[in-house]
Ligand binder design. Structure first.
Ligand SMILES: [Zn+2]
Ligand SMILES: [Zn+2]
Length: 407
């Protein structure tokens, strides 16, 4: 069997291809919008017969429609991933015909099912935590057992339950390495600090903006605020919220009932009021032409304002820059020069494997004969340095780059 890490191994355009004795299949086909122009690199797209989609984030599914056009592949995913992905296509203004072509080739699985789409290939999707519908795959391919994590989260988040560690040993562990060399903060401790900070600011009548990634992060943050009884308004990602509510039932029904702004006057009144305000808006990094960037134009200059960033901020994005500049300095937000007068604070609510989670995973399903392949990391150099620094490394660990691995 040959494995191609076709999307490069960094976060951005996840795509892995398995050439087995009897078929060629892929896991994820990411890239596109959020990742700039990154695309999976694989010339023989026509040969791909099946594709497993771990979850609906664009770094994992962003180029699926290109694969739909250039192959006759079938796409296997969970119902929630399907719903979220179709909604992403609708938001990106794909035509109904395009949606129909994808829908006609989509095959829905449940976690715990057993899939076999070719001789010698057996796949068992399991819940990966991370976001609604996310999957990891336990696989047996031509007699080689593989555990493929996708983006994986072991701890419970506010809405999505954490993943279970696999209980059987595998020949090959292919794991995400987003935080391979970082010990993430404890989710619950940080969630408590986050809610406490908002409550204190709200009581001081501050205007608080929380920019949040539309798929996953926004729903989790909304749940934290809702459970804590903090009054807040929401802007953006209405359809993703509806899909979360449909799949999670009564636990998430509140997502469709959060107050929204009905007019510009409504927004202006909220800003002019003497009371505090909490606004949860997409996108997470204050990208141009998004709700959060528009709110940042109003809130950033205010000395009674606060922008509470959640999770990773690209240093080039406004979310990254606004942390670095001093009070009174100006930066371009949503195409407008905007002076920073407000407080800016960042919180970490992880939805990936932390450093120690990753090691626990490795211990749970590998032995001295196993091979561990790391990908989906922010920097190849850092991932490599981390692996080399592990003196007690019992395994043959490979930090994958854009490469071809023969097993
Ligand atoms: Zn993801
Ligand atoms: Zn990812």
């Amino acid at each position: 069997m040959i494995i191609h890490i076709a999307g490069g191994a960094k976060i951005g355009a996840s795509a892995t291809i398995f050439e087995t004795k009897h078929t060629t299949f892929a896991i994820d086909w990411g890239g596109g919008l959020a990742a700039g122009k990154q695309k999976p690199q694989y010339e023989k797209m026509k040969k791909i017969k099946h594709v497993l989609l771990t979850h609906a984030h664009s770094d994992h599914v962003g180029n699926v429609m290109e694969l739909v056009r250039n192959s006759r592949a079938y796409f296997h995913c969970s119902m929630a991933t399907y719903d979220l992905f179709i909604q992403t296509l609708i938001n990106a203004r794909y035509q109904q015909e395009d949606l129909n072509v994808f829908a006609g080739r989509a095959i829905i699985y449940n976690h715990g099912d057993s899939l076999s789409f070719a001789q010698g290939v057996y796949v068992y999707p399991v819940a990966a935590g991370h976001i609604l519908g996310a999957s990891s795959y336990q696989m047996m391919i031509d007699g080689i057992s593989i555990f493929y994590t996708g983006d994986m989260c072991l701890h419970d988040q506010a809405l999505v339950t954490g993943a279970m560690l696999p209980d059987r040993q595998v020949n090959v562990l292919m794991r995400e390495a987003t935080y391979v060399d970082r010990e993430g903060v404890d989710y619950q401790t940080e969630a408590n600090r986050f809610v406490r900070t908002i409550r204190e600011m709200f009581d001081r009548q501050m205007k608080i903006l929380i920019p949040a990634l539309a798929m996953g992060r926004m729903q989790e943050v909304a749940c934290l605020l809702y459970k804590a009884g903090v009054p807040f308004c929401i802007e953006g990602a209405r359809d993703f919220r509806r899909i979360y509510a449909e799949h999670l039932g009564s636990d998430a029904a509140f997502l469709t009932k959060i107050p929204e702004f009905v007019s510009m006057k409504d927004r202006e009144d909220r800003m002019a009021s003497s009371e505090g305000a909490v606004i949860l808006a997409s996108s997470g990094m204050l990208l141009d032409n998004t709700f959060s960037a528009r709110w940042a134009n109003w809130i950033a200059p205010r000395t009674d304002g606060a922008i509470l960033l959640v999770n990773h901020q690209d240093p080039e994005a406004v979310g990254g820059q606004i942390q670095q500049i001093q009070d009174g300095q100006c930066l371009m937000v949503n195409g407008k020069p905007t002076v920073k007068g407000c407080m800016v604070e960042r919180f970490e609510l992880p939805a990936h494997l932390s450093g120690s989670n990753g090691l626990a995973l490795e211990r749970s399903c590998t032995n001295t004969d196993s091979q561990i392949l790391l990908s989906h990391y922010p920097s190849h150099k850092r991932a490599l340095a981390f692996v080399q620094a592990q003196s007690d490394c019992r395994h043959r660990k490979v930090v994958t780059l854009n490469e071809r691995i023969e097993l």
